[in-house]
Design a protein around this ligand. Structure first.
Ligand code: FES
Length: 61
């Protein structure tokens, strides 16, 4: 499923771009998510934040 229709970025592409140390703004900038209409921004930031929390907690185990 697309997370950003304007840039054609899928949830999978977003997930792959997220590293444990990634800031949401860096991931968005790297992929161009939110650069056009911006309607995807809140959902994308939420997904990046959740993914970061999951990846950080997994890396601490
Ligand atoms: S849907 Fe992402 S910028 Fe428009």
């Amino acid at each position: 499923m697309y997370i950003c229709v304007c840039k054609g970025i899928t949830e999978e592409q977003l997930e792959k771009a997220i590293k444990p140390e990634s800031k949401p703004s860096d991931v968005l900038k790297d992929l161009g998510v939110g650069d056009s209409c911006g309607i995807c921004l809140l959902d994308a930031i939420e997904r990046i934040s959740k993914s970061n929390q999951t990846k950080v907690s997994k890396s601490k185990k």
